[in-house]
Design a protein around this ligand. Structure first.
Ligand code: NAP
Length: 464
């Protein structure tokens, strides 16, 4: 990586907006440069983005990446300021007057919609809000999911759909071992959902879930996994795609095809994985509640764009009282910045934000993670993504193309923040909260008991 400045030169100050994996990997790459200071700003009091609010609560191992982020945060050139919202507490001009560069890593905060009738019925939810709710995200704690219904559908075949389907199938004992929000453990423990349908519009070869995740579905303690052999059979184009694919694709397909051979053991719940079916309409009852789903059976056709689903004309109804749309996350625009509405990202070139109206770069503004490339890939993919952005930033620094802040003094920025947001959360404050959560979890044998309101978090931080 090129170096940012000669050691004797003045300090380069970078603000990172967001505190998820992309933000921390960007901080790591920046702090490898001499004479760089990083201030990370996060809207919530708590850091780590989807590692805290998205990763499934029964997948604690994945959260071990936090140890790396804690090491990054321990660098004396790093500061964390939580409970600060870009656009509300600090504006673009504030950042431009205090930093040489601003790097946005705000992720993809909303969901994609299906665009079919019935999406707004009571009982139709996005997977993203369900995930955020059970993970104790303060913005979603008041959401209500009617788990008194017997059947639920999850639309989509990605890892988020797998997470949602699996969580709906966990028995109370397993829920109680997690760091899931207390409200969610209580609600899910009383759940009457017995049939869960995961619906993919294309076939098993095209399914977006990964091998380890789908394998786990076959090992659920409390649910039989059911796959129809005909729906899982390969058409010639899919067989060709499989033959040309990586060995891991073959393993994944073998696992799912293996499910077709399983005899249900009569477990409490049944998880049906359905291929080549598309939702046409979410059906409601006279009280505006979901009562079913109209689905079209598809055949697969190959064209220039790849293998896509085409309706056969056969339409069936599925009786379900809950629908979770899990067809991908979507980025939201950031105040005072250009936005690509179609992709849900900031327009950029190798991480350098540019204004499509002029075609020129926005001096000193950079982007990484899902708000840069869209909602794809696992946590680790953000590392290479953030390194690419930091390399671009370093190139610009060398070419004298960063911003020229009028007030680069770190104390001046902190003073401004404290004036705008008196209840600022530092990394030491977060560590105190973290300890309290972990201590609360210990007697219950849980990793932690999360604070799920912002007020609760702020009140719990010891103030001297
Ligand atoms: P995703 O992997 O992009 O999957 C989206 C799914 O929605 C695909 O199956 C897609 O089908 C389907 N879909 C899209 N539009 C549809 C429509 N109109 N009708 C029916 N189906 C539709 O997204 P995700 O599941 O939200 O995951 C986001 C990222 O997070 C992924 O990279 C994922 O691997 C990652 N993640 C990882 C983990 C983990 O590692 N354990 C856990 C959660 C999430 P098509 O393929 O036909 O478009």
């Amino acid at each position: 990586m090129p170096r940012l400045r000669e050691p004797a030169a003045r300090v380069t100050r970078v603000a990172i907006i967001g505190s998820g994996p992309a933000a921390f990997y960007a901080a790591e790459a920046l702090l490898k440069q001499p004479d760089v200071q990083v201030d990370m700003l996060e809207r919530l009091p708590t850091p780590y983005g989807l590692v805290r609010g998205g990763v499934a609560p029964d997948h604690q191992k994945i959260k071990s990446v936090i140890a790396i982020y804690e090491k990054i945060a321990a660098n004396p050139a790093f500061r964390y300021f939580g409970n600060v919202e870009y656009g509300r507490d600090v504006k673009r001009a504030d950042l431009e007057s205090h930093f040489h560069a601003i790097l946005y890593a705000t992720g993809a905060q909303t969901d994609r919609r299906l665009g079919i009738p019935g999406e707004d019925l009571i009982g139709s939810h996005s997977a993203t809000e369900f995930v955020a709710w059970y993970n104790g995200h303060p913005d979603f704690r008041d959401r209500v999911f009617d788990l008194s219904t017997r059947s639920a559908a999850v639309i989509g075949m990605g890892n988020v759909a797998v997470d949602v389907a699996r969580i709906l199938c966990l028995p109370p004992r397993q829920l109680a071992e997690t760091d899931m929000a207390d409200e969610a453990i209580e609600a899910l423990s009383k759940s009457q959902v017995r049939e869960v349908y995961m619906l993919g519009r294309r076939g098993v070869v095209q399914a977006a879930f990964t091998t380890v995740e789908v394998k786990e579905l076959g090992e659920l303690e409390d649910a039989d996994v059911i796959v129809d052999a005909d729906e899982c059979a390969l058409d010639p184009a899919s067989a060709q795609e499989l033959a040309a694919g990586r060995p891991t694709l073959k393993t994944k397909v073998d696992i799912v095809q293996g499910f077709t051979q399983k005899t249900p053991a009569g477990k409490q719940r049944r998880l049906h994985i359905r291929f080549c079916v598309s939702p046409l309409e979410i059906l409601g009852d006279d009280r505006g509640r979901v009562r079913g789903l109209k689905i079209a059976r598809n055949r697969l056709v190959k064209d220039d764009t790849g293998i896509r689903a085409e309706p056969t004309g056969e339409v069936v109804e599925l009786e379900v009282g809950l629908v979770f749309r899990s067809v991908g996350y979507k980025g939201v625009p950031l105040p005072e910045l250009p936005f690509d509405e179609r992709r849900g990202t900031l327009p950029h070139e190798k991480g350098r934000v540019f204004d499509p109206a002029t075609g020129s770069p926005l001096r000193g503004h950079y982007v990484s993670g899902w708000i840069k490339r869209g909602p794809s890939g696992v946590i680790g993919n953000n590392k290479a993504d953030s390194v690419e952005t930091v390399n671009t930033l370093v190139e610009d620094a060398k070419a004298g193309l960063l911003g020229s802040p009028s007030s680069p003094d770190p104390a001046a920025f902190e003073a401004l923040l404290r004036e705008r947001q008196p209840r600022l959360v530092t990394f030491a404050d977060w560590r105190a909260l973290d300890r309290l959560e972990v201590e609360a979890g210990a007697p219950q044998g849980r990793p932690r008991v999360k604070f799920t309101t912002i007020e609760g978090m702020l009140d719990a931080i010891p103030r001297d």
